[in-house]
Design a protein around this ligand. Structure first.
Ligand code: LLP
Length: 439
């Protein structure tokens, strides 16, 4: 059984505390709904992934690129830099945040299946270390932009190794019928290699793959690495040179529910090293420098969402029994993962002890939509009532970053808590913010 709460969360007589501050104090100081971020836990996870890559890969350790899409803001980008790891951005917007935070471009990587010419230009102009190329068109765009700046740009080719990792369909990215990357099996990857080699402005450093997200077993990563290494061998055989780098993406799972049992960074990377070493040995290849891009595994466990309960309603079910619908003051605008992927979460009443019976409950939001569900099925105390605080753990990844203004609901703030102090690092949106867009 694993723990779904970040390291500085504790419970005293049923009251949830983060770094010693009670949920009630956090709610009255910052309002609800809000994301509370455990800064120490974030820093520890970011550092742990960096160390684990070094420990397992030694001189073949590339870079741990934190995947900004999971969550990014200026302050968090600074922490990532302070923890000594790199940053993966996949749009001009994420790149803009990183540059505004002063994140060193020499430790950044640019992704995306449809990077605009402007995004490519900005990346090259600012010295972003690596561009991960996703299409033939983009090879031409990168070559042109690099030429325009008189630079030679380091690139990796994003490949689809033909693996469906065990995860929800819309977050599995490396089987064949997807928009991402060049397929190895169909020969598209080889065509891309030939195209990249035609441009002196492009320095082809190696290959990339990202096989999916919230993956809890290592097998798929090993198979993906093996297929990429197979292509490194073919490249060596054809051109008499070895490409020096692989980036094996992110996707490492976390615990959303107490029964989820994710591997620790050291275990993940020791296992990955073994696979890479074996695949290289088989083909008499030097072990390449290996980079990875965890997003969820770094930020996911570090935040919980705090909601206030607004209404409860007992609904009689067709089959048998009843379900308690508990409505909170957020919903699909701050957590779309339940309706989009069928994601599962747990929750606790954070402001008091309850000894009431646990009953069948559905936690729903305040949006005008039946699918606006935060937790589809959970047992919660029967006496849960308006004014109670409900804390949902493990919402740090793809929570605030996928938040929307549906129904003109302002997006919640992110409040960092560290050493007994809480401060807003991304403020709550206001109605004025929303109205400012109207012309
Ligand atoms: N690298 C690449 C190229 C990616 O596409 C992604 C995620 C990552 C790294 C980071 O993956 P992570 O370690 O966070 O699993 N919105 C979905 C997840 C989409 C992931 C997209 N790509 C969710 O909420 O589950």
């Amino acid at each position: 059984m694993s723990n779904v709460w970040s390291s500085e969360v504790s419970f005293e007589n049923g009251h949830l505390h983060l770094s010693g501050i009670s949920a009630s104090t956090l709610a009255s100081d910052f309002g609800t709904p809000a994301f509370f971020l455990d800064e120490a836990d974030f820093r520890n996870r970011a550092t742990a992934w960096g160390h684990a890559l070094q420990n397992s890969f030694g001189e073949n350790a590339g870079t741990v690129y934190y995947a900004a899409k999971a969550f990014i803001c200026l302050e968090l980008a600074r922490w990532v830099a302070q923890c000594g790891i790199g940053l993966d951005v996949c749009t001009g917007g994420e790149l803009a945040v990183a540059l505004a935070a002063g994140f060193p471009p020499s430790k950044m990587e640019l992704h995306g299946n449809n990077k605009s010419v402007a995004e490519i230009q900005t990346a090259i102009e600012n010295g972003v270390r690596t561009i991960v190329i996703d299409s033939l068109v983009e090879i031409e765009r990168v070559a042109m932009a690099a030429k325009g700046h008189g630079k030679r740009q380091r690139v990796l080719l994003r490949l689809t190794p033909g693996i469906e990792a065990h995860t929800h369909e819309s977050i599995a990215t490396a089987h064949e019928d997807v928009k991402f990357g060049f397929s190895i099996a169909s020969g598209a990857a080889w065509d891309a290699i030939l195209a990249a080699r035609r441009h002196p402005e492009i320095e082809l450093c190696g290959f990339h793959s990202h096989i999916g997200s919230q993956i809890l077993s290592m097998d798929a990563f090993g198979i993906a690495a093996d297929r990429l290494i197979g292509l490194l061998a073919r490249y060596r055989d054809e051109f008499g040179q070895e490409l020096p780098e692989l980036d094996l993406g992110g996707g490492y799972g976390i615990s959303y529910l107490p029964e989820d049992d994710p591997l620790q960074p050291d275990e993940v990377l020791a296992s990955l090293y073994k696979s890479v070493e074996a695949s290289c040995e088989l083909r008499a290849l030097k072990i390449p420098r290996v980079s990875i891009e965890p997003g969820r595994a770094i930020v996911g466990p570090t935040m919980f969402t705090l909601y206030e309960v607004g209404t409860t309603k007992e609904v009689v079910l067709e089959e048998e029994g009843t379900r308690n619908y508990v409505s909170v003051d957020g919903g699909m605008s701050d957590n779309i993962r339940t309706s989009l992927y069928g994601a599962e979460y747990t929750a606790v009443i954070a402001n008091r002890v309850s000894t009431a019976n646990l009953i069948q409950t559905r936690v729903v939001g305040k949006h005008c939509e039946t699918g606006d569900i935060v937790i589809r099925d959970i047992k919660l105390p029967a006496d849960i009532a308006p004014g109670d605080l409900l804390a949902v753990p493990a919402t740090g990844a793809y929570g605030r970053s996928m938040a929307s203004n549906y129904n003109h609901v302002p997006r919640p703030p992110v409040v960092a808590v560290n050493d007994g102090k809480a401060r807003v690092i991304l403020r709550r949106e206001t109605f004025t913010d929303l109205l400012n867009l109207d012309v």
